[in-house]
Write a protein that binds this ligand. Structure first.
Ligand code: ATP
Ligand code: ZN
Ligand code: MG
Length: 306
């Protein structure tokens, strides 16, 4: 263990001491215990019990996506600070020797790394849009998908609820503005009822994404004014600044235009997604009900272990 490094404090330290999270020495990058994963799996099931009857098509992507699709998605315009790209060594033997020297000397060895075709997935729905676009126009009833992926965001933090690699479950709806806004309204209700059944304090609020730079501030204000993003907040690391555990996003025609996705009637498709922060919900449960799941309130146990 690093003697000079600051040791984790507060809730993070408790999570590590209890063994639920495993320290890797990197802020926001943790191993998970079996119990932590069990709670995530039970919550995953709970989501399916609330949304499974809608007939969503289940799709699972690995936690990376095509760099070309990522570039086209517009993510770099809005969130360059969060993106994670995969680079790899492609040099000759001499370059390899230099690399090993640099590693041994503790100096930057990444000079010769070249970008690969792969970037890390920033949100579970990003790899989906080009797939749907390729299928051609939507059916009259639109489309609905069930996704789950590890996602990467470069936002290292001592707050255990702000990880660099975390899982996001999502339902994503494609269709007319009416179909898509109805989906979001349904999930705003469902999401609140579902989380209330877990006995944690909740608060719904309008929100904005952390768009980069000065132009980004205008995008953020616009997103708020138009109430395009809602978050279901639960206090985890702080009472004053509760954490977004579920988010409800209406993208209007942003992805439909970017990817050329059309409705059955030939209009540009609208999209919306509801995102569940799997680790955040697990952390909220441990925060509010304690580290011993056997002693969680019976009502909560009955919901998670029916
Ligand atoms: P925040 O405002 O806290 O940064 P966000 O608006 O960036 O959250 P979304 O982009 O809507 O979150 O992502 C969907 C869900 O993924 C969030 O509701 C949250 O539960 C979860 N999530 C987002 N960022 C993280 C993270 N760094 N660590 C763990 N979970 C996260
Ligand atoms: Zn999404
Ligand atoms: Mg964020």
């Amino acid at each position: 263990m690093c003697q000079n490094c600051p040791q984790p404090q507060g809730f993070l330290a408790e999570l590590i001491d209890s063994g639920l999270l495993i320290d890797t020495g990197v802020d926001g990058l943790y191993g998970r215990s079996g119990l932590f994963e069990e709670v995530i799996a039970r919550f995953d099931d709970l989501i399916t019990r609330h949304g499974g009857q809608d007939g969503a098509e289940i799709v699972r992507f690995p936690p990376a996506m095509s760099r070309k699709h990522f570039e086209k998605s517009g993510y770099l315009k809005s969130f360059p600070q969060l993106a994670g790209t995969v680079h790899s060594f492609a040099g000759d033997e001499r370059a390899h020797a230099q690399l090993l020297h640099n590693v041994a000397d503790g100096v930057d060895w990444t000079d010769g790394q070249i970008s690969t075709e792969v970037v890390l997935t920033p949100a579970a729905c990003y790899p989906l849009y080009p797939v749907v676009a390729k299928r051609g126009p939507l059916k009259t009833e639109g489309a609905l998908f069930d996704l789950q992926s590890y996602c990467f965001r470069h936002e290292p933090s001592k707050d255990p609820a702000r990880m660099q690699l975390f899982r996001m479950r999502e339902y994503v709806r494609f269709g007319t503005p009416e179909q898509v806004t109805e989906f979001r309204a349904t999930w705003l209700d469902r999401g609140q009822a579902m989380m209330a059944s877990l006995g944690v304090p909740l608060n719904l609020d309008v929100a904005n994404d952390p768009f980069f730079g000065r132009a980004g501030r205008m995008l953020a204000n616009n997103q708020r004014d138009q109430r395009l993003k809602f978050e279901l907040l639960i206090p985890i690391e702080s009472e004053e600044k509760p954490t977004a555990c579920l988010s409800f996003n209406y993208h209007q025609d942003h992805f439909g235009t970017t990817w050329g996705i059309e409705t059955a009637a030939g209009e540009t498709a609208h999209t919306a997604c509801v995102g569940f922060g799997m680790e955040r919900v697990a952390l909220a449960l441990f925060k509010h009900h304690g580290y011993d799941v056997e002693r969680w309130p019976a009502s909560v146990r009955n919901v998670l272990w029916p």
